[in-house]
Design a protein around this ligand. Structure first.
Ligand code: AMP
Length: 439
């Protein structure tokens, strides 16, 4: 069904047309009629579903009637990036409406925000910390607020923002329409929804799930124990071919060398490879010469290895999409594949983001018999480059040449994988994770 069904104000329709939207997405088809009818709304949807327009369009439509130069709609988001993204969408969709929308978040000069608020705006997209500052300084007037959106509520909870949200709510008129969007529904968000939504309509769109044939798990580990844990995983897992992802080319090279030293046939797609050597590494992996290929996301682009039995994320990827993409390389065509991801404490936010995208928690595993208690070396130089020779030293002797080791494109070693059995399933230690609250 096309957008005409919603009978939006012509100026809002103009924005929809300008962006080239023709058909509402499922979340839009479900949510827009409810919001237009004045209901509070609980929206279970993640980024990428079109949820921003699902709330932005009815808000723009409603604001076309009524006074200007008063804050009538407030959208609260957990991060600056999301706030900017929402504001951009509102401005684009509302390009013909002459409604004003601004962002309000910390880490930037407050004065331009105060100036814009003074000049009069109808829509504010805010992060909780700076919004509270404005409220306490009296630089924002929310007494005329009609519409409130809490976007990515579960992420706000993860980031420790719920107390701020509750503080903000005390300053808003009770008579308002409230919409809460969240990708997942932890108990805290359910509780918040019960507190702030009145007889809400609930809409939900399906999650993006990885292939059902892939089983995946997280392996919490300290940074300095990643390589020993990798060795342990390989030793105790029945693997055919393994694709290992690292964050940098340097790390890919290093891990490739370590695997080679341990006796595996491994190649790494490292930096500065000629196309020929790159091809040789990939062909060698495809035809089984190399059991293991170590690569970065970029280096691994275009590899379609249908036989991959295991993907191991030595480093967690930067985005949920990259995670799904990486683990999608295994378990293709209904093969059973496994995907392991090593995570350190620093990966907490990324793990939460991935779980939100998947709509489910990922199992945490520990490897039985592995010594997690080994202390970090005083100087963790695992990935450090060899020290540079001192500069400007006359007659410095050249260092003796190193014995030739597996250098170049592919570090092929003739060793074979030690045989092993599947690891005994270990207890999934859930790490209660809370991170510092950015403002
Ligand atoms: P969101 O989930 O709100 O981040 O939206 C994801 C992307 O979908 C954005 O780039 C939107 O511009 C786009 N989008 C939203 N609604 C529609 C639609 N009905 N038709 C086509 N694209 C859309």
């Amino acid at each position: 069904m096309p957008f005409q069904q919603f009978s939006f104000h012509p100026k809002v329709v103009a924005g929809i047309n300008a962006l080239g939207y023709t058909t509402p997405t499922p979340i839009q088809a479900q949510a827009i009629p409810k919001i237009m009818a004045g209901h509070d709304l609980m929206g279970l949807a993640q980024t990428g579903t079109g949820k921003t327009a699902a709330f932005a369009l009815p808000i723009l439509h409603r604001l076309m009637q009524g006074p200007r130069k008063q804050v009538r709609a407030l959208i609260i988001a957990p991060t600056r990036e999301l706030a900017e993204q929402i504001n951009d969408a509102v401005l684009e969709l509302g390009q013909q409406t002459r409604l004003k929308s601004i962002t309000v978040y910390g880490g930037v000069n407050v004065n331009p925000q105060i100036e814009k608020l003074k000049n009069g705006v109808e829509i504010v997209v805010a992060c909780p910390g700076r919004l509270l500052d404005h409220i306490s300084q009296g630089t924002i007037d929310l007494t005329n607020l009609e519409l409130l959106v809490l976007d990515e509520a579960d992420q706000m909870f993860d980031m420790g923002f719920l107390p701020d949200i509750r503080r903000i709510l005390k300053h808003l008129p009770a008579q308002r329409q409230t919409m809460l969007f969240s990708a997942t529904m932890p108990a805290e968000i359910r509780g918040l929804a019960r507190e702030i939504l009145r007889d809400p309509a609930t809409v939900q769109v399906d999650h993006v799930a990885p292939a059902a044939t892939v089983s995946h798990a997280l392996y919490p580990v300290a940074q300095h124990l990643k390589t020993p844990l990798l060795m342990q995983l390989l030793k105790h897992t029945d693997t055919d071919s393994v694709l290992i992802f690292t964050r940098t080319k340097h790390r890919a090279k290093r891990v490739g060398e370590q695997l080679e030293k341990a006796g595996y046939t491994a190649a790494s797609l490292q930096g500065n490879l000629s196309q020929n050597r790159r091809q040789a590494a990939m062909d060698g992996f495809r035809n089984g010469t190399y059991q293991i290929l170590v690569a970065t996301d970029i280096a691994a682009r275009g590899i379609d290895v249908s036989q991959v039995s295991h993907v191991i994320n030595y480093d967690i990827p930067d985005t949920s999409e990259a995670y799904i993409h990486r683990i999608g390389r295994t378990g293709r065509a209904a093969r059973n594949g496994d995907a392991f991801t090593m995570v350190t404490d620093e990966d907490t936010i990324m793990v939460k983001a991935i779980e939100r995208t998947l709509g489910a928690a990922i199992e945490r595993r520990t490897v039985e018999g592995f010594d997690y208690s080994v202390a970090a070396p005083r100087k963790d130089d695992e990935f450090a480059r060899p020290p540079r020779p001192p500069r400007n030293q006359p007659k410095a002797k050249k260092p003796a040449p190193k014995p030739a080791a597996g250098q170049g494109a592919a570090h092929a070693a003739a060793g074979s994988k030690p045989s092993g059995s599947k690891p005994a399933p270990a207890g999934g230690a859930r790490h209660p994770q809370r991170t510092q609250r950015p403002r």
